[in-house]
Design a protein around this ligand. Structure first.
Ligand code: PNS
Length: 166
């Protein structure tokens, strides 16, 4: 831990909802950063039909990380780099599950660097068990009655059931 110049990382995404894969990436980040902002975007690059509101997603992240003072869940509007600069977070974290993620991730990393040259994007690989996991699959499978307990934390599971029934 560097108290004079803490490393503040920002982990942006849609998190609709946060999965155990996201949690794994967040916990790995805390090995290399002092503080972590998990930032839910109002505007996502690849638009998807959302299940939870941005506010609900932030609440779920807060519940999942209750008790860990190094983690803050926030929502942001506008450009990621503007929000990151405002919060003095120069390290952007993204999880890289498979080669299929790579092109989209590299484009965003390069664009973010064009917009704010001081930012560095760091890609982290998730635990193998979560390498196929995505929020969109969680939404789909839970909507069809599948058990998601292995893939999302308890507060998320409860909220999924309340939202989707079952
Ligand atoms: O979980 P996602 O949907 O893959 O996350 C994408 C996200 C939210 C990180 C990206 O769309 C984003 O940064 N949105 C904020 C608006 C912005 O800065 N867009 C330009 C990205 S190069």
């Amino acid at each position: 831990m560097n108290l004079t110049h803490p490393v503040i990382a920002i982990y942006p995404g849609s998190f609709d909802p946060i999965t155990r894969g996201h949690e794994d990436i967040a916990r790995r980040t805390l090995r290399i950063a002092d503080r972590l902002l998990i930032a839910v975007a109002y505007t996502a690059t690849q638009s998807k039909k959302s299940l939870f509101t941005v506010e609900e997603r932030v609440e779920l992240i807060q519940e999942v990380f209750t008790g860990d003072e190094r983690v803050e869940a926030v929502a942001f509007r506008g450009l990621l780099v503007d929000f990151a600069r405002e919060r003095n977070a120069r390290v952007v974290i993204r999880g890289l599950r498979a080669i299929s993620d790579f092109e989209y991730e590299l484009q965003m990393a390069q664009m973010n660097r064009e917009l704010w040259p001081a930012v560095e994007t760091v890609f982290l690989a998730p635990e193998l068990d979560y390498s196929f996991l995505s929020s969109s699959l969680v939404r789909e499978v839970s909507g069809l009655g599948g058990d998601m307990s292995r893939f999302v934390s308890a507060p998320v599971q409860t909220r999924l059931k309340a939202k989707l029934g079952g």
